[in-house]
Design a protein around this ligand. Structure first.
Ligand SMILES: [Cu+2]
Length: 153
């Protein structure tokens, strides 16, 4: 091999290395950007539309409900709006959560990163358990439970 050939090979190799380095940098930045995007969306809540009436906003993620206790009055209509903070990439429940009270026949299922609501009027005082039966252990999971206390008006 001549010196000239050797030189040409070296240049080609250096160029290939440079291209590889740039490709890695671009991929690295892309991954970082994506990670940043997921982090930001994971920690920001979706904006909620204003609603009329007595609205109780409850949020849920894999860690449970953000409210463990809700107080309402007998004979007064109340709207519970459930927001799921999880995205659809969750394998457990697909990012959906539920807010259900068997005795009141209320079951709200919020879509991933979205909200859903139900309006009901409790007619009997008492303490009711609300729960999510979709994710992580369902009803049996103590973090996916709370108490709805219905008091005499
Ligand atoms: Cu849940």
């Amino acid at each position: 091999m001549s010196n000239k050939d050797r030189q040409a090979r070296k240049v080609t190799r250096e160029r290939a290395n440079k291209i590889r380095a740039i490709a890695f940098a671009v991929i690295g930045l892309g991954v970082l950007g994506l990670a940043g995007y997921f982090l930001v969306t994971a920690f920001t809540r979706p904006a909620l539309e204003p609603m009329a009436g007595n609205v109780i906003d409850v949020a849920a993620d894999m860690g449970g409900f953000d409210m463990k206790l809700i107080r309402v009055k007998v004979g007064q209509p109340v709207t519970v709006r459930l927001t799921s903070l999880d995205n659809s990439h969750h394998t457990d429940g697909g990012g959906k959560h539920q807010w259900a009270v068997d005795e009141l026949e209320v079951s709200i299922v919020a879509p991933p990163e979205g909200s859903n609501y139900a309006t009901f009027t409790p007619t009997k005082a008492g303490t009711y358990i609300y729960y999510c039966d979709i994710c992580c252990g369902g009803r049996a999971n103590p973090t996916m439970q709370g108490a709805l206390i219905v008091e005499e008006g």
